[in-house]
Design a binder for this molecule. Structure first.
Ligand code: LLP
Length: 423
């Protein structure tokens, strides 16, 4: 679903699907995240359908949005899950997912995490280094339990995305340099409890050009045939995260074209695994926030809102662009005539800026929305400035449900009060 279909004006009021965002803000308060269930389902199905009858598995990357109801929505569709911590694994299991449907990635899994994941019978562990292999081997020897693994290779391919979210270059901390992978697979083959079933790769996030991904896949396919020549048979090629989305003017290909390119690049005897996060939930979420004050100085016009960098960190951390929309429809003339504003939060940092230089016709008390906030939004939230974590809402058609209550002050301080130092 296009975002203009998800978030649309009806009788001059912005709706998510057919639910009035003003009504949600009145009932739930602001700031709050609102997600469209229909759009989340459509995005996941777009991936799954595009594979037709080719062997595949779509693992939703839980890090993008780990709300239990969102995980459950995808579980009900038949999704598998990519997790990067024991916490994410437990979240997924909490809504009834079978551990065999989970791939455990991440560059620094602790001994405890590895041991617990193996005891829980996790589907696959993606190994990120020789050192990690040795750690996993020690754990399996001690437990006397087996585990399937894939080696995450680092193909040294430039994904042409923001440097903070680029992961497949040789100087990045991720994966095993592809030239060292063969030796590692040979070591794994000698291991009593560890079976290599796949090769994995993830070169970065917010990728809108599939060429670098195809380049990485080419190298993986070569590696797989090198392994086969040694008698090591790989079943799955995991190409990592999904496509980027359009925040401003990026033009990612359609999910179906991306998947057909993958089908062309991976021989049919391999199962293809994908770990999309952003493209499943990113465009399906809005951060609703109310204008506290409009502060005009001789130099700038600040729209000070009740959401801040602790609610949505992306603009502060990556200078990321998010479109800002008003929840009351404005005419083209009103927008044209509006002054340029910076949308800022109440946190005591200049970096607490959600958007700069936007034409916005708004007044104190108005409700506005930050678009494309469904991925890496609420999950990256914090309590900075002792601000409470946002409520989250899931919409379907014209109805909505709270899927995460706003944090209370009591919730926030409980784990400190219990440990308060004595007089
Ligand atoms: N698989 C692995 C191993 C990953 O590291 C990631 C994302 C994904 C899958 C999902 O990638 P996606 O389909 O979402 O592109 N906080 C940043 C994004 C960090 C992404 C980290 N890894 C942001 O707000 O842009």
């Amino acid at each position: 679903m296009r975002k203009s279909q998800i978030f649309n004006y009806q009788d001059g009021k912005l709706h998510a699907e057919s639910a009035d965002l003003h009504a949600i803000a009145r009932q739930v308060g602001t700031p709050c995240y609102v997600y469209s269930r229909t759009a989340i389902e459509a995005a996941w199905l777009e991936y799954d359908d595009a594979f037709n009858d080719r062997m595949h598995e779509v693992f939703y990357a839980v890090k993008a949005n780990d709300n239990l109801s969102i995980i459950k929505t995808l579980h009900l569709l038949g999704s598998s899950f990519d997790v990067v911590s024991i916490g994410e694994l437990l979240r997924v299991l909490d809504v009834g997912v079978d551990a065999s449907r989970v791939v455990f990635s991440g560059v620094g899994k602790s001994v405890q995490e590895i041991s617990r994941a193996i005891k829980l019978d996790v589907g696959t562990i993606n190994i990120e280094s020789l050192e990690e292999f040795e750690r996993i081997e020690a754990v399996t020897n001690e437990l006397g339990m087996s585990v399937n693994v894939a080696v995450r290779v680092n193909p040294d391919v430039d994904p042409k995305t923001h440097p903070y979210i680029s992961t497949g270059l040789k100087n990045n901390k991720f994966g095993v340099p592809i030239e060292d992978a063969l030796e590692l697979y040979k070591r794994i083959a000698t291991s009593r409890w560890i079976t290599a079933t796949g090769i994995a790769c993830h070169i970065g996030s917010q990728i809108v050009d599939v060429e670098p991904i195809l380049e990485a896949v080419k190298q993986i396919v070569l590696l797989a045939s090198g392994l086969e020549a040694l008698g090591i048979k790989i079943k799955t090629i995991d190409v990592g995260g999904g496509l980027g989305i359009s925040y401003k003017d990026e033009q990612p290909p359609k999910i179906s074209s991306f998947v057909s390119a993958l089908l062309g690049a991976v021989p049919a005897n391999f199962k293809i695994a994908l770990e999309p996060g952003r493209s499943i939930v990113g465009h399906t979420g809005i951060l609703l926030t109310r204008v506290e004050l409009v502060k005009q100085t001789a130099y700038s016009r600040f729209v000070i809102v009740d959401a801040a960098m602790n609610d949505l960190l992306r603009p502060s951390l990556y200078s990321a662009w998010h479109d800002i929309v008003t929840c009351d429809e404005k005419s083209a003339d009103e927008i044209e005539g509006a002054s340029l504003c910076d949308v800022v939060g109440p946190v005591c940092e200049t970096g607490d800026t959600l958007a700069t230089g936007r034409k916005l016709s708004v007044l104190e008390g108005d409700l506005i929305g930050v678009l494309d906030a469904g991925a890496y939004g609420a999950v990256m939230g914090s309590n900075y400035n002792a601000r409470l974590k946002c409520a989250e809402v899931l919409v379907q058609n014209d109805s909505f449900e709270i899927i995460k209550a706003r944090q209370s002050f009591e919730d926030m301080v409980k784990i400190e009060r219990e440990y308060l130092i004595p007089e």
